[in-house]
Design a protein around this ligand. Sequence first.
Ligand SMILES: Cc1cc2nc3c(=O)[nH]c(=O)nc-3n(C[C@H](O)[C@H](O)[C@H](O)COP(=O)(O)OP(=O)(O)OC[C@H]3O[C@@H](n4cnc5c(N)ncnc54)[C@H](O)[C@@H]3O)c2cc1C
Length: 392
Amino acid sequence: MAYDHDISRCDEAVFLAEVRAFLAKALTPDLRKAGRRTLGVHSDISACRTWHRRLFNQGWIAPAWPAAWGGAGWSSRRKFLFDRECALNDAPVLFAGGLRSLGPLLIEMGTPAQQAKYLIPILSGDDLWAQAFSEPGAGSDLARIATRAVRDGEDYVIDGAKIWTTGAHLANRLFAIVRTSDEARPQQGLTFLLIDLPAPGLTISPIITIDGEHELNALFFDGIRVPVANRVGEEGEGWAVAKRLMQMARSNNTPSALVRRVFQRARAAALSTEGLEPGLRRRLAEAELDLLAFEQTELSAMPEGVPRPGDQTTPSMLKLLGSELHQRVAELAMEITGPARLPALGAFHDEDGDLADGARATAKHFATRAASIYSGTSETQRNVMAGAILRG
Ligand SMILES: Cc1cc2nc3c(=O)[nH]c(=O)nc-3n(C[C@H](O)[C@H](O)[C@H](O)COP(=O)(O)OP(=O)(O)OC[C@H]3O[C@@H](n4cnc5c(N)ncnc54)[C@H](O)[C@@H]3O)c2cc1C
């Protein structure tokens, strides 16, 4: 695959014209509205499905996947330009665990049967994947997971509980790590499994977050059966598989395009506010500079499109920079819109059930608080980077 990191200006202009023409046609007003309304990690699910299918039909659903696996096979620069145009045009934010994390993992580590069964439905949008790693007693210290899978013939039988599973109520597949044996080190004895839903014995309970949304769930496994053929990697070696998955997830968890969306809301609010406090203007300008720097970092950080297997630092650095900048800009947008609207959250809906602007900025700020927790907290990212640097 060619990674023309520096496509010529002429190529770039042609590419951008093609992307803009497609977006002008394919992004209907209702899809743009869904994109603007996004609070959490994905837009309204029916808009997500429609947008996913349009990108799939266009051949652009997986810009970073190799063309041989159905991706667009674009350079990192083209992918960046495409994501940025989508953000600037309020495209829906996709439900993307399969596209961004599991698909690339299966390309690297899946069996031929798993690749044949799962990759195309990820691209087409027929399969939506949720990540079932965290448990009530295992978050940052993920190796402590206690959900147990016991081998029974050609199946594993799973009992236990998972928590904070984003989108499990919308997904038709789960990827999970489970304990298959008790070894001296908690990292040993873990196994990575793919679970098809609905699964008899699985209960999915909603968790409503502070922004009023239902994205999260608690899962209870009571004798769920999963075929051994659905194991990625060897039994007991799930920690290495999960670590690679987390590298994929962190490397594109908060891309600059996501921050750019919130930034353009903040800037529009600032431009329409008379007599905006000079301090807010200055902070907006500083945030824009940091966003530009983050965009440049992102562009040069992963020329291969996925993190290099041994590189612990780059995914954590991108996740840390992206999520903290995302929070900063969302907070600034709320301040610009007016913190006086804070008590209005949930009370000021227009006739479409939409939140009024001020309340929306407040809800977005609340939603973005989670950005430095999911996919590993900021402290975890700093620990990973510090560990890698100290080990040399
Ligand atoms: C909105 C949202 C979506 C999520 N989606 C998913 C999902 O789809 N799938 C999934 O599996 N999980 C998901 N999670 C769970 C998430 O990965 C965990 O919440 C996260 O890893 C932190 O774990 P914890 O909540 O158990 O907190 P803890 O691990 O108990 O941490 C509590 C605090 O202590 C700090 N801390 C812990 N250990 C250390 C250390 N060694 N050094 C320094 N500080 C430390 C943490 O940084 C944190 O501030 C989601 C969480 C949120 C909030």
